[in-house]
Design a protein around this ligand. Sequence first.
Ligand code: FE2
Length: 502
Amino acid sequence: MGRLRNKSALTILCAVAILNPFLFYSCRVTFTFIDTAVFNGFTHLILLLMLANTALWIFLCAKKTVSDKSFKRLCICGIVFNALFVAVNVAFAVAGASELHTYYYYFTRELPYIGVAFLTYFTLLVLPDIKSGAKKAVSAVLTVSVLVSLISVGFTVGKFEFTSAPVVFITDDPETYSVVWSTSERATGHIEYTYNGIEYKIYDTLSGNIRSDSKIHTVSVPREQLDGNTYSVSSQRVWEHLGYSTVLGKTLSSEKSTLRAYTEGAELSVTVFSDWHDQEGRAVATANAMQRQPDLFVILGDPVNMLNKADDISESILFAAGEISHSSCPTVYVRGNHETRGEYASHLLGHLGIGSFYYKFSWGPLCAVVLDTAEDKADNHTEYGGLAAFEPYKNEQTKWLENTCFDDNASYKLVFKHIPDAPESWDEPLAGLGADMMVSGHEHTAKINPPDARHPYPTVIDGGKTDGDFCGTLLVFSGNTASVSFYKRAGLVSEEKITLVR
Ligand SMILES: [Fe+2]
């Protein structure tokens, strides 16, 4: 009993009881799956029990007058609950290993509250009982902790660096590219190049303001000025953008890159990667295994699991696209269902500098229609919590499709859409387009579907993240033949030639 009444033991057990609900709540992104499997509100019931356990331990620390018998019984209950809830948190961490970075993000958002909880606990229950010598040491530790917390909240202290190489996105405007890159801290952004003897320096601006509030930098550039041209991008750190002054920091400049331009008559190579789901390292390794610089790189949806913050775009989309395209070929963005998820999802379009996720584009001998299949379940599905209105959006695309056609002079006519079979209402207008091929992802199985009644054209499905590896697709068009090669990190998996029926 003496051991349990020991202040150090009580402090450690109470600290565990305080941390448990915070750690559990950091995993809330997966609560909906647990509730669906057990019953609605199950995870919040666990959270309530954890908070009750925290209250129990604070009671045990505060009440010195509880009889030894009652104290012992309550302590045993508390220890059992502590152990059980630690096991629950470990189970969530192990089962949701692919979401650990998301759990960590939500945990960092809770840090100020955890700090307040511990500070209150120490001030009220621990500090009064500490002998005078130790009290000074504890006070010093608490003071330093509070100062460090305040400084970290008030100032950004991270290293300033590029977090992605520049990515040149094809846009819905046939006349422009959108050049996008990211930095570790808020900064300005501009691109520099020379065209027809004139030096250009174009900033990321909004209504005349040079943007200072973003880690992602987006500049619109005329296509004809960048095709085959050399360019570099720069960013200057913005410490403060005040009403009447600014505090600016270091300037970073990228290496010079040269954007490919199509050589008339050459074969056309297109690298298509979908579904790497935050495993950008695997996607980059697979691209390296191809040992080929393509003419175009296509992100075919689901590079992330969800978008909670700007860094998710930098890390999983821009970093991968910068490495795979080497900033030297245009990149096409096709939205998957997972980019519609999370509180930062609605910012993606603006950061990419395109006006719509469904559009038509031409590049060299290629004309392509890009469609946005959006979410893969009905709008009223519980996962979307009432925040989905994709049915009218898909109907809008049906109307757009009915009034869209490929360029007559295009040698290759492709359709890119993330989910191959949905929605059915697009089947008829898509069949009427006369596409040579449709390219999709989503299924996590690399394959080629021959033409059928619903899809009167071959459908290539990229593999994406699969079996602890990643499978990407290389398409090479020459004459009336398309070569379809699937690669994993170790190299070529299969190659098949398709004769395009005209
Ligand atoms: Fe998907």
